[in-house]
Ligand binder design. Structure first.
Ligand SMILES: Cc1cc2nc3c(=O)[nH]c(=O)nc-3n(C[C@H](O)[C@H](O)[C@H](O)COP(=O)(O)OP(=O)(O)OC[C@H]3O[C@@H](n4cnc5c(N)ncnc54)[C@H](O)[C@@H]3O)c2cc1C
Length: 333
């Protein structure tokens, strides 16, 4: 049982010549749907009604878990807002919520069936508008803004359509300030998924990432390792500053027990003091920056699809390195 992607109405298009336009996104979504890229058994419903690239949809914040000093894992779950104000709130980033209704009711279903339509490595967009459960919208006195975040959860493995995001909060930056003020049971708005990466079984990946650039790699690795029929090989090079900055450290250590996964972590600002005591079994940690030489050593001229994710400057630098080493099959998130 599947729902088709919701078709946008003429009013959903802002007419400003956006690229991609909301109708392009719809066509792409239909194609993805028809090609079966989001696979589900006949009994599982793909919930395009709860997460759509075309309209912002409400999600309630259920949990905040500290990952390190400035990164948290936020758990969100879709909710239904009775008055469909989300119709006023389409893909046009400039549009704001406009409603005079101060008694907007939300329905928080304990149990939501089906799966959200995002794939490993895809991202969603969050808007800086929040609503307190069963009350009206909070007046956000700042300009409308949105930011991308990559679910670290696997849509097909989560119960009740829960979506988990690993988010780094920057001091005094706009979206970070908005997110840092969120409280449990606040409702925020997402649209998505976006992003062209599609994992193909039995691939050979060399992943290069820094900081929260681990976010798209993590669900791809998990997808591979959880599927015994997928013989993909993964080499991860993860650049961080210090031990405290290593995200999903225990998970990476656990993944390293699998025959087809190896990780190397590069710490650019860690001292050698007490290094041996801080390193854990199965960890390969280097006290150096991730350099061209380090990459060359790990790549050993083997054939890989290269995946890169970090800041803009990190992506440029790493792309440059691997291109110089003769790699052409490169995907930058
Ligand atoms: C496809 C995609 C997926 C993403 N996924 C995640 C995710 O899973 N988790 C996560 O925490 N973040 C993710 N991000 C980043 C996220 O969208 C926000 O940029 C981040 O949350 C900061 O938002 P902000 O408004 O608080 O700060 P911003 O105003 O965006 O600035 C944050 C910091 O980055 C610096 N900065 C801003 N733009 C650039 C640039 N172009 N180059 C270098 N430095 C810059 C600023 O100086 C500042 O220090 C993703 C971004 C993209 C494009």
């Amino acid at each position: 049982m599947e729902t088709l992607p919701e078709k946008p109405s003429e009013n959903d298009c802002c007419g400003s010549g956006c690229n991609p336009c909301i109708f392009d996104i719809y066509e792409k979504l239909l194609k993805t749907h028809k090609s079966g890229n989001i696979s589900s058994s006949s009994s599982v419903k793909i919930r395009y009604d709860l997460l759509s690239p075309l309209k912002y949809k409400p999600f309630i914040l259920l949990n905040i878990q500290k990952e390190n000093a400035n990164c948290n894992i936020y758990t969100f779950k879709p909710v239904i807002v009775c008055n469909d104000v989300t119709n006023d709130f389409n893909g046009n980033e400039q549009s704001n919520f406009t409603t005079n209704d101060t008694t907007l009711k939300t329905i928080v279903d304990e149990c939501i069936n089906g799966i959200l339509p995002y794939l490993p490595g895809q991202h969603v967009i969050m808007k800086n508008v929040k609503m307190v459960c069963n009350r009206n919208f909070e007046n956000v006195n700042t300009a409308s803004l949105s930011r991308s975040y990559t679910p670290v959860s696997l849509a097909q493995k989560e119960e009740n359509c829960v979506m988990k995001l690993l988010i780094k909060l920057y001091d005094n930056e706009k979206m970070s300030s908005f997110i840092s003020q969120l409280k449990l049971f606040d409702i925020v708005f997402f649209r998505g998924p976006f992003g062209d990466f599609r994992h193909i079984k039995n691939s050979k990946y060399f992943m290069i990432c820094a900081g929260t650039g681990l976010a798209p790699m993590y669900p791809i690795i998990k997808t591979i390792l959880l599927n015994e029929e997928d013989e993909s090989i993964v080499r991860l090079c993860f650049a961080c500053q210090t031990f405290e900055d290593i995200l999903f450290r225990e998970e990476i250590r656990y993944f390293s027990k699998f025959w087809n996964f190896k990780a190397r972590i590069y710490l650019s600002r860690e001292s050698t003091n007490d290094f041996n005591n801080r390193i854990r079994y199965e960890e390969r940690i280097h006290l150096q920056k991730l350099t061209n030489d380090a990459l060359q050593k790990q790549l050993r001229n083997e054939r890989f699809k290269i995946l890169i994710c970090g800041s803009e400057s990190f992506n440029k630098c790493m792309t440059n390195y691997v291109e110089k080493l003769g790699y052409t099959d490169i995907f930058v998130f």
